[in-house]
Write a protein that binds this ligand. Structure first.
Ligand SMILES: [Zn+2]
Length: 992
């Protein structure tokens, strides 16, 4: 699936998740009913031969109804763990997460018929029917078949066979199906047979089924409604990964159970149909009402897992191009195609395919690629073989996307999904525990691809800002997630969904990058080529990958490793967290310890006794040194000692390719600080970034003093790299600090200290904004970092920043068609409202009502909370609860206002008089959230009690307890912050 968004790109996700949760609850209710009544409605009469060998000559026996009572036997007690009330069953293979290995699917003939008709899509669901014939090979004698099925009604079930390659169709026998039932909680369909299937023989399961397609559910089949050419239209698409294929057709829904697929889609003649493979033919079919439907068939897919099956039914246009003889088509709304919005994606797709084909020396095996842009697709993008599905915001360029990071985002995501054609589609992980084998590598290659097309692209810095920064700030020794999990740790299907997280994507990519850095690019790519070639159309696990790396390493003599690749890498993929490497530059002694959040003394000894084998690439006085390994808890490296000379300094983790943080003794940090003040440019940008990020993170978690981190900021007047500034500002001017700073003496000191240093980078970028804003579009790092710089400058009261905000806001209100440069739009809107009156506020409200894009609406709701007029904010809250004149559906306005500078006081007051209306509008959980927001600055028990009393009659009893515990945690954190802030204040006083 697509990479995770690195910013607030999908604020809409919360809303979507809520809707999905509601829909899931509805589905669950329906499914419980289905499980109670959803036995196979009509099992076909079946043949039975007493020997158990089906015989085509046998005469049909009685119907299913006559045979039903024999299975399942009803135990008197409900087995533990059975989630289907009222459905009793004995213990059996249906209690296991994994399918029993009795049958291997070889081929699916799949026909799907969703009843999507133009102009008839008002209801939240529509029905579909389907048929699937699955050819299987039996590997163990069994009279019972298990396959995955969820929310499907079975219309008929037959088993034919054994199949022999030479036999005429009519000569094939039937195996009687005595019963079909569902183990709903485990998502299985069970066929009880009247005869035993024989190992070594092939059979065909023939199943007819029906189900529902939900609007916007994005699991299995779903449909969406959108506007095109001025009218409302609908389309239907699929999302099978990871385990939703089973809700579209009964199947063996595990990634290692690969098969070929012949797909047929029946659709309304006014729509076109797309699937993994090229269209083979088209015919017509009449339904019972005499209406004509189009039957589109597709060529046979390669051997692939069920999660890659894809289809789309839509009335779209496309643009196309041929790359190395293969057609690439990009499909989108007709308006978007007519406006040329798909041109950028089309231009880069072919070259990305060719680049990866050459890199891996394996041709893309499908004859075509379709890429379709859905109006909304919460999975962001999906790599289905031959039919990639994207959210249109991640594929199409809009005219006002010029000064945004959109081109880079589209390039990243396209590279990621195309990378999956090898990592994932061609070679699939054996089981979901190893999805990092596809997600980690697809994420890693995003950077290689972009760098190839744009050699000036600053790969290390962008990798840091997009990938490494996020995961290093979440990962620690006690986090429950390692990159690769033990297979036996999975017990529930829902756990599979949770794996699509930061660790799989970002840590996976970081570990791939570390591997490529301590080998070299040649060895790295050679090993991957060998791995991909060996496991093409098949499956692999992590050990297979390590084995291929080992083979290539053994085959050369240049790179010597301190241990086998598996021993080195397993510790990184199987352990959570990462090490902190500390170098004493006076002695050359280096040690490693696990990174803990808020480390306390001796914690290491108590809870974590494993070490990592750590590759240390390093530089001394700006010169790259040869790789060394820290393969135990400590070791001495005499070559890393530095002299008293002013010019001597050492930095570990060259280019930040290692997945760890670096600490030094006091002398080591002092040397670096001196070097920064003397000649910062002697230290590469990536290491200026690294020092700031490592030092602040280590200080926050008690590895170094806060003063050590602050000392590194003194040189900043000389810093002209905006991404380094970004690292400083996100670490120093945190949300907590901004929210709380008015209570401290720190603000004026911080203002003086920072403004003095910030002015030169400010002048640089304010000039660009004023004179040539278009220049920003090729500066990806500036697009990422500018908002924080701008926001901080205005927050610190820099007059030029406030002035520029006013200018841009005024210009925009006079000419709303001229967009404010995107990277600073939120800040400009906020200050426009903060310095304006109700006139400006009303202007935004009016804009809000005219916007349809959720992202823009959310931006406006936040901006409206920036007002400093109590009455305007009060009115805003009233609008929110009375739903007049507008309904704010995207966000909880109470929470938005409570987060703002003046709003937090207003909300408290408003709640006293309106809590009934607030809880009716947003629910009582929202009151709990509000309490946390309002309670963000508490630092005494008395304040907790006061807040609790204040919220006393609004919360339910069980909420009061959790709230108290949470507030206690906030208080403790604040007490710590206070100490830290006091030290920062003292430091600032000394250094300002
Ligand atoms: Zn992916």
């Amino acid at each position: 699936m697509g990479p995770l968004s690195s910013s607030g790109f999908y604020v809409s996700r919360a809303v979507a998740l809520l809707l999905a949760a509601l829909a899931a609850a509805l589905l669950l209710a329906l499914a419980v009913l289905a499980a109670l009544y959803g036995r196979c409605a009509r099992v076909q009469p079946s043949d039975l031969h007493h020997s158990g060998v089906p015989d085509a000559a046998s005469s049909p026996r009685g119907t299913q109804e006559e045979q039903l009572p024999t299975w399942p036997p009803r135990p008197t007690r409900e087995p533990a763990g059975t989630a289907t009330p009222g459905h009793w069953r004995p213990p059996g293979p249906w209690d296991q997460l994994r399918l029993p290995p009795w049958l291997v699917p070889l081929h699916y003939e799949l026909e799907l018929w969703p009843r999507l008709r133009p102009n008839e899509f008002q209801s939240p669901t529509l029905s579909f029917t389907g048929r699937v014939n699955i050819t299987v090979r039996c590997t163990a004698a069994t009279a019972r078949l298990l396959l995955h099925s969820l929310f499907l009604d079975c219309e008929s079930a037959e088993v034919r066979g054994p199949l022999s390659s030479g036999a005429r169709d009519g000569a094939v026998g039937r195996v009687p199906v005595d019963d079909v039932w569902f183990a709903f909680d485990m998502q299985y369909m069970v066929l009880e047979l009247g005869a035993t299937l024989q190992p070594g023989s092939r059979y065909e399961l023939q199943l007819s089924f029906s189900g529902l397609v939900y609007r916007d559910l994005r699991e299995g089949l779903f449909f969406s409604i959108y506007t095109d050419q001025g009218e409302r239209r609908a389309l239907l698409a699929s999302q099978m990964e990871p385990t939703f294929a089973r809700s579209v057709f009964p199947c063996f829904d595990e990634p290692a159970l690969k098969a070929t697929f012949n797909i047929t889609i029946i659709h309304h003649p006014s729509y076109g149909a797309l699937s993994n493979m090229p269209k083979l033919g088209q015919s017509e079919k009449r339904d019972v009402n005499g209406s004509v439907w189009t039957v589109t068939t597709f060529s046979t897919t390669p051997h692939m897992p069920t999660y890659l099956v894809a289809l789309a039914i839509c009335d779209y246009d496309h643009v196309s191009r041929t790359e190395r003889g293969q057609e690439i088509r990009i499909w989108a709304r007709k308006d978007a195609i007519a406006n040329g919005n798909a041109a950028f994606a089309l231009n880069i797709t072919g070259p990305i395919f060719s680049f990866l084909e050459d890199l891996f020396n394996i041709s893309y095996p499908l004859p075509k690629t379709d890429i379709i842009a859905l109006p909304t697709f919460d999975n962001s993008a999906m790599e289905n073989w031959g039919l990639l599905i994207f959210d249109e915001s991640l594929l199409l360029m809009q005219p006002n996307d010029q000064v945004t990071d959109k081109k880079a985002v589209i390039s990243f995501i396209l590279s990621h999904e195309i990378g999956h054609q090898w990592f994932g589609n061609l070679v699939t992980m054996n089981w979901w525990n190893d999805i990092w084998l596809k997600e980690g590598f697809a994420s890693y290659f995003e950077f290689g691809v972009i760098n190839y097309f744009n050699p000036k692209f600053r790969r290390n810095e962008v990798f840091f800002s997009n990938i490494l920064h996020h995961v290093l700030s979440e990962d620690h020794a006690l986090v429950s997630r390692a990159v690769s999990l033990k297979v036996e740790n999975f017990t529930e299907t829902s756990e599979i969904n949770e794996l699509f997280d930061l660790f799989t994507y970002n840590k996976g990519a970081s570990l791939a990058r570390m591997l490529s850095s301590f080998l070299n690019e040649n060895v790295f790519i050679s090993a991957l080529k060998s791995y991909l070639k060996t496991f093409s159309y098949s499956n692999a696990e992590q050990d297979d990958l390590w084995r291929h790396f080992q083979m290539v390493v053994d085959d050369q003599s240049k790179i010597l490793l301190p241990a086998p690749v598996k021993s080195i890498m397993d510790r990184w993929t199987h352990q959570s967290g990462f090490p902190v490497i500390t170098l004493n530059v006076s002695t050359g002694a280096m040690k490693q310890e696990p990174f803990y959040l808020g480390k306390v003394k001796n914690q290491t000894l108590l809870t974590h006794n494993d070490t990592w084998i750590v590759p240390i690439l390093w530089i001394k006085n700006g010169i790259t040194q040869s790789l060394v390994w820290l393969d135990k808890s400590s070791k001495i490296f005499p070559e890393m000692q530095v002299s008293d000379s002013d010019h001597d300094w050492v930095i570990l983790n060259f280019n930040m390719t290692g997945y760890y943080r670096v600490n030094y003794d006091n002398v080591g940090w002092k040397k670096l600080k001196q070097q920064l003040e003397k000649d910062p440019k002697a230290i590469p940008v990536i290491h200026r970034l690294q020092m700031i990020d490592d030092a602040f993170s280590l200080s926050k978690n008690n590895y170094v003093e806060i003063e050590t981190a602050l000392d590194l900021t003194k040189y900043l007047a000389e810093e002209d790299e905006i991404i380094v500034w970004y690292a400083v500002l996100v670490n120093l001017v945190t949300k907590d600090l901004v929210f709380d700073v008015n209570n401290y003496d720190m603000y004026p000191l911080l203002k003086k200290y920072l403004l003095k240093r910030l002015i030169s980078i400010w002048n640089m970028y304010s000039t660009v904004i004023r004179e040539n804003v278009a220049a920003l579009q090729d500066d990806y790092l500036a697009l990422v970092a500018l908002e924080k710089l701008f926001e901080t400058a205005c927050w610190l009261g820099l007059e030029d920043c406030l002035q520029l905000s006013r200018e841009l806001f005024k210009h925009w209100t006079n000419h709303p068609g001229n967009e404010i440069p995107y990277p600073i739009k939120s800040v400009v809107l906020c200050y426009g409202v903060a310095f304006g009156s109700d006139e400006e506020w009303d202007f935004l409200l009016n804009m809000y009502s005219n916007k349809t894009k959720e992202e823009e609406r959310i931006q406006l709701t936040y901006a409206m909370s920036c007002s400093k007029d109590p009455w305007i904010l009060h009115r805003y809250l009233e609008y929110a609860v009375t739903a007049a004149p507008f309904t704010f559906n995207e966000t909880n306005i109470m929470e938005v206002v409570a987060e703002s500078e003046v709003g937090r006081y207003i909300v408290k007051d408003f709640l006293i008089n309106n809590w009934q209306a607030v809880s009716e509008r947003y629910g009582t959980q929202s009151l709990v959230n509000l309490m946390y927001i309002i309670g963000r600055t508490i630092s005494t028990d008395l304040q907790i009690t006061e807040l609790q009393q204040f919220f006393g009659n609004m919360l339910e009893e069980h909420q009061k307890l959790t709230v108290r515990a949470k507030l206690q945690t906030i208080k403790n954190k604040n007490v710590e912050n206070k100490k830290r802030n006091a030290r920062m204040t003292a430091w600032l006083r000394k250094n300002t």
